[in-house]
Design a binder for this molecule. Sequence first.
Ligand SMILES: [Fe+2]
Length: 217
Amino acid sequence: MKVNKISPKTFSSKIFQMKGISKKTVEEHLKLYQGYVNKYNEIQEKLAALTDDDYSKANQVYSMIRELKTELSFAWGGVVNHEIYFGHLGGKGGKPSSNLLKQIEKDFGSFENYKKDLKATGMAARGWVWTAWNEKEEKLFNYLGDAQNTFPVWYAKPILALDTYEHAYFIDYGVNRASYIDAFFENLDWEVIEKNFDKITSSCQCPCQDEEECEEC
Ligand SMILES: [Fe+2]
């Protein structure tokens, strides 16, 4: 099995100077992100080293392949979720413009309704909330996840990720998650989220998914 080792991303230095989400919280949180990257690489190596004996012992209660494949999805979720999350923090809040705002208004009625739904979903989630483009239904929706790898929704591609694990806010807010979510909104960089949305909904079908830069499109 091929091993694709990944490296941690470097994020904007602005994430260390946010209002309402402290540098300490971000520094500790990035250590967790690094941990997911490390574990993703480690699990891939262990999958590549599985023996015929391991394959023959595949079992739904306990087996090496079950453990590795279950935790691979958890580690990969931890990598991708945090890359979306830190990638769109460090901004000045506000609201999106152009295409994304129009789509939000179409699917939620108004930007305020969208925020209300995102915040309430965040209060109800045990791990994550993703605003994702459901390309089959052609609409945006705020999906709920209780862990890094729950609950995958086929055809849904995330453009925004809200971490609701306690580690994202406990240092700053204790159990007051609502205030953390308010701070999250105030530090969003909507330009990044708009780019995420434009890439996903672009008509460009080649791997770059960037019509402006792409010579193929
Ligand atoms: Fe996190």
